[in-house]
Design a protein around this ligand. Structure first.
Ligand code: ARG
Length: 467
C-alpha cells in the first residue's frame, strides 16, 4: 500500500480543490483496504455499464471493446496479486478505473459516464451479497442434508426429551435432529426472501437524481441478472436496509447454530455422554491429558455475538441519515464482510462435522429410563381406562413419589405396586411404560414415532433435492 506521500491530489475529483488532501485524512477516509474484496463485482458492474453505454450510443463499439479488454486485464492482475492498490485512490472503484485508464488511455475515463460511485457501490454490494447468499445457502443445504441423513439412521434411537432441561418424555434422536433441521429450513427461506430484495439494480441512479444520458437500465439489469431496476434514484443510493436484513437473517441463523452448539457441548460432556464428536473437530488441553474439548461448537456459540453486533452496527449506521448518499454508508462494509465470513465458516464447520456425529445409544437409553419419562404415558393409559385426566395426573404423581422413595422407575414396579394407585391398572400397562412403546405411540405428523421420523426425513431429503 503506497500511502507514504504527505499530501495527495485525487485526479478523479481534485479539480475544484486548491490544496491536496492531508495524508492522514486520505487514509482515514479511504476504504480500499477493505472494499477491494468487491473487485470482481465492481468489474462485473463496469462491464455491464460499458455494454449498456455502447448499446445506447454513448460509447462506440470500439470504445466498449477497449474497456472490456482493459477491465479483464485488471481482473487478472488483481487475481495474480500483482495489482498495486493505492490509498490515494480511496476505494476499489477509483483504483480499478485508474488502472483501466493507465492501460487503455483516454477511453478509460469515459467508463464513468452516466454513473457515480454512489450507485456503483450500491450495485457492487448487492452483487457481492447475492453471490455470498448463494454460497451460504449451499452450506446451509449441506448441513440440512447431513441432519436428515443422520435422522434417518437414528430414527429408532431413544433419548430423553427435555423441558426446563429436566427429563420430560422419551423422544427419538432422529426427531431431535429434525427439530434442528426445521430451524435451518426457516433460515434458508429467510435468506432466499432477503435475496429477492437484494436482487434489484441501483445503477442508473447516478449520484442521487439519475442521469441526463439516455441510459437503458432494464438492459443493465438483465446483463447483471437483476430482477429489475430500482424505482427511485434517491432511495437507490442511500438505503442499506437489504444489508441490515441480511445481518438479521444471519443473526437468526447464528442464534440457532448457537443453541445447536450448546446442546452438543452438553452432550459431549462426561456427564451426558450422548454424542462423540470426531477428534478432528476437537482440541486437547496443554495441561489436562484427558481433555477433548468441543472447540468447534464452542466457537460457533461464541461467534454468535459478533454477528448480532454487526446487525446493531448497521441499524445504527442507518438511523439518522438524511437522503440521499452519505459517506457514513462506507461503514457498512466491514460489518457485512465479517458477518459473511463468520456465518459461512460456521455453517461449513457444522456441515463437515454433523455427518460424523456419533450417538452413544446406550447412554441415551439409560438417561431416558431415569427421570420417570413415561409418567405421561401412564396418565394417558389410566385416562383410556375411563378416569378423568386431572385424576390420572394425581394418581401418577403418587406413583412417581413412591418411585423416588423406593428408587424404582415406573416400568420396574410390579403390577401390585402400581395397583396401589389405581385398580384400573392391569397387565397391559407395561406396554406403555416402556420407552419403545412411549415413542411409538406418538404416531402422527410431527410426532416422535420412528416411522414418522423416517417419513419426515424422507420429505426433507426430497425438498433439499429439489432446491
Ligand atoms: N467508498 C465509498 C463507499 O463505500 C464509495 C462511494 C463514495 N461516494 C462519494 N460520493 N464519496 O460508500
Amino acid at each position: 500500500m503506497s500511502d507514504q506521500t504527505p499530501e495527495t491530489t485525487n485526479a478523479s475529483w481534485g479539480g475544484r480543490f486548491s490544496e491536496a488532501t492531508d495524508a492522514f485524512v486520505a487514509r482515514y477516509t479511504a476504504s480500499v483496504t477493505f472494499d477491494q474484496r468487491m473487485y470482481r463485482q465492481d468489474i462485473q458492474g463496469s462491464i455491464a455499464h460499458a455494454k449498456m453505454l455502447a448499446k445506447v450510443g454513448v460509447l462506440t463499439d470500439a470504445e466498449r471493446d477497449d474497456i472490456l479488454r482493459g477491465l479483464e486485464e485488471v481482473r487478472i492482475e488483481i487475481e495474480r496479486g500483482t495489482f498495486n492498490w493505492s490509498v490515494e485512490l480511496e476505494d476499489v472503484h477509483m483504483n480499478i478505473e485508474a488502472a483501466l485508464t493507465q492501460k487503455i488511455g483516454m477511453t478509460g475515463k469515459k467508463l464513468h459516464t452516466g454513473r457515480s460511485r454512489n450507485d456503483q457501490v450500491a450495485t457492487d454490494i448487492r452483487l457481492y451479497l447475492r453471490d455470498e447468499i448463494d454460497t451460504i445457502s449451499a452450506e446451509l443445504t449441506r448441513l440440512q442434508d447431513g441432519l436428515a441423513t443422520l435422522a434417518e439412521q437414528e430414527a429408532d434411537t431413544i433419548m430423553p426429551g427435555f423441558t426446563h432441561l429436566q427429563t420430560a418424555q422419551p423422544v427419538t434422536f432422529g426427531h431431535h435432529l429434525l427439530a434442528w433441521n426445521e430451524m435451518l429450513e426457516r433460515d434458508y427461506q429467510r435468506l432466499q426472501d432477503c435475496r429477492k430484495r437484494i436482487n434489484q439494480l441501483p445503477l442508473g441512479a447516478a449520484a442521487l437524481a439519475g442521469t441526463t444520458y439516455p441510459i437503458d437500465r432494464v438492459y443493465t439489469a438483465e446483463l447483471l441478472g437483476f430482477e429489475a431496476p430500482t424505482e427511485n434514484s434517491l432511495d437507490s443510493v442511500s438505503d442499506r436496509d437489504f444489508a441490515i436484513e441480511f445481518t438479521s437473517a444471519a443473526s437468526l441463523i447464528m442464534m440457532h447454530m448457537s443453541r445447536f452448539s450448546e446442546e452438543l457441548v452438553l452432550w459431549a460432556s462426561a456427564q451426558f455422554q450422548f454424542v462423540d464428536l470426531p477428534d478432528r473437530f476437537c482440541t486437547g488441553s496443554s495441561i489436562m491429558p484427558q481433555k477433548k474439548n468441543p472447540d468447534v461448537p464452542e466457537l460457533v456459540r461464541g461467534k454468535t455475538g459478533r454477528v448480532y453486533g454487526h446487525m446493531i452496527s448497521l441499524l445504527t449506521l442507518m438511523k439518522s441519515q438524511p437522503l440521499a448518499y452519505n459517506k457514513d454508508n462506507q461503514e457498512d462494509k466491514e460489518p457485512l464482510f465479517d458477518t459473511v465470513d463468520t456465518l459461512r465458516d460456521s455453517l461449513r464447520a457444522f456441515a463437515d462435522m454433523v455427518p460424523h456425529l456419533e450417538a452413544n445409544k446406550a447412554s441415551m437409553y439409560e438417561a431416558a429410563k431415569r427421570g420417570f419419562s413415561t409418567a405421561t404415558d401412564l396418565a394417558d393409559y389410566v385416562v383410556r381406562k375411563g378416569i378423568p385426566f386431572r385424576d390420572a395426573h394425581e394418581i401418577v404423581g403418587k406413583a412417581v413419589a413412591y418411585g423416588i422413595e423406593t428408587r424404582k422407575d415406573l416400568s420396574e414396579m410390579t403390577l401390585e405396586e402400581l395397583q396401589q394407585f389405581s385398580d384400573q391398572i392391569t397387565d397391559d400397562v407395561f406396554d406403555v411404560l416402556t420407552l419403545e412403546g412411549s415413542v411409538a405411540a406418538r404416531d402422527h405428523i410431527g410426532g416422535t414415532a420412528p416411522n414418522q421420523v423416517r417419513a419426515a426425513a424422507g420429505r426433507v431429503k426430497a425438498k433439499l433435492a429439489a432446491r
